[in-house]
Design a protein around this ligand. Sequence first.
Ligand SMILES: *Cc1c(COP(=O)(O)O)cnc(C)c1O
Length: 357
Amino acid sequence: MFENLADLKIYEAGKPIELVVREYGIEPKDIIKLASNENPYGPPPKAIQAVKQTANLMHRYPDDSFYELKEGLAKKFDIKDSNIIIGAGSDQVLEFAIHAVMPKKVLMARITFAMYEIYSKQFGAKILKTPSSMHNLDEFYEIYKQEKPEIIFLCIPNNPLGECLDAKDVYEFIEKIDEETLIIIDGAYQEFASFKDKNKEIKPKDVLKYQNVLYTGTFSKAYGLGGMRVGYGIANEFIIKNLHKLRPPFNITTLSLKAAIEALKDEEFVKIGIEKNFEEMKKYEKFAKEHNLKYIESYTNFIVLYIKNSTLIAQNLLKKGIIVRDMASYGFDALRITIGKKEENEKLFTILKGLIN
Ligand SMILES: *Cc1c(COP(=O)(O)O)cnc(C)c1O
């Protein structure tokens, strides 16, 4: 039994605050979590209000058409409701897409979001990876020509490395791919990338003209709703209609739905968070230069710093109540650090300085 799952790994989520409380006896208020790319400024105030007001409707299922949320997204992206599917996180939309295709082969960058591989292996797919760790579209195209995978994943910008393809290169690439292959553009950090550099902006509306492109986005990162589990997929009606065949009813909760609807109305909160993210990121770059650490230029809300003995350093940070992501399991010594609030970052710099010297 379960032979088909033999070489499937369990997804390693960022360590939760609760674990550090239990294992190190540190008070929750003294723990700094910079491991899961959450919004350090919290949820949008309007979403908090809405959830409080909706608490007395917990016994009701949500409006399963997700009408109001889709209206909000449709307006934001200048598309139609029928181009949108809602998922419990964009993870669930990825799952629908992979399930819908049941691919024999999938193609992705060597180091990218782990769920692409995990979901694909559930259907026995062969995983093809580019030689380069970061996205290199020439390599993608070479492998595509030889192998003709049914799905190609592009993580723009890429988690966990932070690099980002130029939108024009992505569109050129799409034009060269047969309509038999589904291209999934994971835009989990697009809000950050398009703020930093307009050349990186993938407009969901622009993917609608392709028969074979699915764009996914999430409320978990810039919108500060990681714990509510809301994401979306955007594509032409044919793709969306088929993905809906796989969606269970009420796949997000009554409270999540309200939170996401209101978060969309709190654009100012989201924008300020993104601005602060890049202000703080500059301090990480300065810290890296001062300590001779290499880093990857990031278009997201995290940064990868190359640090010797990263596993040991991550463990020592944890003992001080700071949770970061060790990259050693990807085969190189580095830390992926979510950009926190000013005070959080300063505390990290102070402790990290002591550990690397
Ligand atoms: C966080 C993340 C997601 C999805 O997160 P959800 O919380 O499931 O919406 C998808 N792709 C990447 C690359 C991510 O980093």
